[in-house]
Design a binder for this molecule. Sequence first.
Ligand code: ASN
Length: 278
Amino acid sequence: MDEKLKSTLICSGVLKEARDFLLERGFVEILPLILTRLSDPLLETKYAKTKIYDKEYFLTTSMIFQKQILMNYFEKIFIVSPNIRIEKESPHHLVEFVQLDVEMRNVTKEKVMEFIEDLVIYIIRNLKEKYPQLIKVPVPEKPFKRISVKEMKEKYGNMLNLSQSIKEPYFLVDFLEEEREFYDREDPQRYGILLDYDLIYPFGFGEGLSGGEREYEYERIVDRIKRKGLPLSLFKEYLEYAKERKLKPSAGFGLGIERMVKYLLGLDHIRKTRIFVY
Ligand code: ASN
């Protein structure tokens, strides 16, 4: 079978297994937004700004803020969310990609990492059973190893070298404030260190997921935005929620769907995971 057709089949399988796992655990699925007025500042660009019926919109880079706002109403949610990011031309990046965006109220970094282990093991185990000829990667065992960003840099230099050197998924933790966004919660005991986690696939497949605990207190959010040198006016709607104490303690993650398919099928380029992306 052609690589793009295999990928399409496995992509459908990943989404089915992920949805089954989350719905069984009481998660509510939220529909994604493509046009938005509030999106992730991670690349500091508002793509394709456009006016529709006198209102300005741009394209979603991630639904991080919507996930946090939703925590005021639901305890556990997920979104199969298409994102646009002009980040880098590489075998690991797509301008248009889909992430499985998950958020949970009142959970800690450790709990979410355990949850991710269970989710990833569930998806791989079930897909290996259904498609034994297509999926050769082993079912990982938990707990996945944890490595700090500091240790990763000392021992491997960078994330891709780490990924090339390992034979099972790892969690990369203890990101520095300047490496991530203002909404990622700073460890109250360790200034400048964030309560984030990335899932790194082995055999050079690189980062597969990123997430963290979130800042939710108005004063802390304002401080973090200022430390980034960003204008508060960019986040007006979000800051209003925070001021009214409508953001709750939460943590979550985004799992890249195409990156997981690329890893499961051992593909050399992420374009091969999408039937209409060339
Ligand atoms: N989805 C990511 C998260 O939950 C955020 C992102 O895509 N930048 O942390």
